[in-house]
Structure formats: C-alpha cells, structure tokens
Design a protein around this ligand. Sequence first.
Ligand code: PMP
Length: 454
Amino acid sequence: MSTLSAIQNRDIDHHLHPYTNAVKHRQIGPRVIERGEGIYVYDDQGRKYIEGMAGLWSVAVGFNERRLMDAAARQMEKLPYYHTFTHKTHTPSVELAEKLVQLTQGRMRAAFFTNSGSEANDTVIKMVWYYNNALGRSQKKKIIARNRGYHGVTVAAASLTGLAPNHRGFDLPLPQMKHVACPHFYREGKEGETQQDFATRMAEELETLILNEGPDTVAAFIGEPVMGAGGVIVPPETYWDKIQAVCRKYDVLVIADEVITGFGRLGTMFGSQKFGIEPDIMVLSKQITSSYLPLAAVLLGDKVHSAITRYSGELGTFGHGYTTSGHPVATAVALENIRIIEEKNLVENAARVGEVLQSSLRALSDHPLVGEVRGTGLIAAVELVADKAGRVPFDPLGKAGAAVYEAAHEHGLIVRGIQDSIAFCPPLIITEAEVKDMVGRFVDTLENVKPQLL
Ligand code: PMP
C-alpha cells in the first residue's frame, strides 16, 4: 500500500468504481489517466498507451479533438442548459434529431434523447410497453434479448443484458425479459453444422420461445448488430434475415442496439446497414459525441412513433423524460462530432483500416494460444484457449484475458479482456501504421504471457 501515490490512496478511500473488483482495487490501486492525444492516452507517470478500446468502445475522433472542445465552449456561452419538457426546445437538439433521422435515410422518424445507453434502453422498454397499450394489446409486453448481449445496467436494461455478473447479486432479470442463445458459431455451432444451418437453428429457437410464451405476450426482440461487451460476436451469415422473418411473422418489434456499432464502427454508418436489419427502433450513444459528453438517442420508426404520439396526446402528456434530455451542450458536441466523422470520411476509414486490423489479427490464427479471431470493421476479438485443437477454455475462465489485459500496459497498450477474448475497438481515426503498431504490441504481450499460460 505504501507504494501507492496520494491520488491513488484518495481514490481508494472515497471512490467506489463501476465494473471494478473492490477488494483488488484496494490492493493495486487505480491507474490514473491524465491526458489524451489522438489514439493515445497518458498516465500520471508519463507513460503513453495506444487506447485500443477507444475508451469504452466510444471515442471515434481521438482524445484531443479541438473542434469538440470549441463546440462545447460556444454552446456553454450561448445557452449552457435548458430542458426540452412542456413544449420547450433549443436549436442543437432539433438539429441533431433531424440529422440522425437523415443519417438513417428516412427509415427512422424521430429521436428521443437520454444521457446514457442504459437510460436509452430503459426508455425503449417503456416505449414498447406504451406502444402496445396504445394499440390495446395489454398482454404484449415481453422482450427477448440474447445470452451475452449487452444493453446496460439500469434495472430494466440490465434485465435485457445476458451476462451473469449483471444479474448476480442484483435480483435480476425482471420476469418480462427472456433470453435466447448467443449466435457464436465457434462456441455454439454443432459438429457438421454450416453457418447457415446454425443461423436457421437460432431463428427456430427464437420461434419456439415466442410460441411457448404465446405470440400475443411477446412485444420485441433486441440485439446488437455485432455483440460488443459480450465478446465481439459477429453473427453467422443469414442470421439477421432469419431472425427478422420470425419477428415479422409474430408482430414482434425489432430493436437494433447500435450503441457500439453506430457512427461507423463496422465500416458502415450503422451496423443495421451492414446486416440488412430494418429496425423499428434504434439505440445510439457512445460515438454520438465520441463520449466527450454523455448522450444517447432512441430513434423511432414511423409505426412506433405515430402510435406513441397519438396515445400520449390522448392521455394528455407523455410521462417520461430526463432533466438533461437533449442537453444543449451534449447535442451541440454530437453535431460537431458527426460533422467531423463525415468530413474526415471516418466511416470509410473504418472500412479500409478495419481490413488491415482484421487481416493482421487473422495472421495470428496459427499462434498456439489463439482459438478464434473474429470481427469486422474496426472491432475485433482474439479468443485465447488453453488447448487449440479441443477449443478448451482456460481454467479458471478469464485467466488468460486478465493476464493479457495487465501485461499489455507494459507494452503501452490498453485492450479489454472479456473472459479469455481480447477485444480491440480503437478510435476511428486510427491509421494503418497505428493498427500495425497496436497489433505488434499485442503480439509482444502474447509472447510475454505465453510461459505462464501454456
Ligand atoms: N448497449 C450497448 C450495446 C452497449 O455497449 C452499452 C455500453 N457498453 C450500453 C447499451 C449501455 O450504455 P451506458 O454504459 O452508456 O449505459
């Protein structure tokens, strides 16, 4: 403990951290990140790291974009705060709503703003319930999500999330939320099954669940186009077509949680475009402001929007919203951030440089520790295994992920260990040379930890 600095000790004393082992935190203390530049961040010891996760999958434009600081300052000076309740509005939130609808090429009709992805998904659940009440379908309320899906941590959103640590100790999930299998071919595919067979089986499982629950009780299906926090799972070919067909058959809304995949991550503006998803509702956050300020948006297609607006008009008011829904500074920063993404062609960059990321990681497929390399665009994961031929995981699960996460810092690299999968999700501004540097640091890290893992 004596080796910890004053700031580390003050942190330990009074700061309870999200997603942190509180007991271990007291022993090792936090790493204090002090400043950022491009794809790099620096700690208070002056050490420089490639931020291979763009923070939390979220910083598109890098860690010192002056234009976002200026946009925030300009809006702060003009109108630092105002709300959007009771028939009030301000220009940045109007312009952003309009811009988001335009980016979906008119497929979506309107935006509702929240501060975080979790709040956005809670809002979605309430809207789905409200929508079915508007249509007089008071039984149609269950929502289906997937194992290993991630949709946030508030009570209802955490119930959609399909990860045990988000339920354990919290008395969750709520009973209206159901889960189907994770579409991870490497882990869940059966001997002799093709990707397409596997996708068919996943869709059949969904249909069976809907039929068992009763179609008149199932309101919506929610999924990330590519799963992020659950381990970067790219669905098998034809998966989304088959899932959507089942949803349409039973009048089940399709919700695309694009909190990670929105704004270019997969090399298309939205993940839905890449997989032919035609959502009734879309959820956006993270890269919307490059996370310089908290903001999320729920985009509603015409069907849900028109039912909700009509019903709320009849009821008198729509009883939902946050003090800072559509915050003027956050929405002004989002507009500038999206302008930068467009002007610098960062979506195209994600597609082009993403190819380099995918091929450089796939080149590691023969490494004795590497079980699977997966990803698309500028998001990827390398799953490490104890025995390659048998796809045998480490015991305990997560041992390799934790070792690589820790050791990578010594090589000036920040990655994420998800169980034993190492995730990469760098800022969209990353160059080809920087991708190669990042992968090189990862290879050095693997060599470093190999003796303790094999
Ligand atoms: N949905 C997805 C797909 C996410 O990745 C996340 C955050 N990792 C969330 C929702 C929740 O967002 P927040 O942490 O802002 O509540």
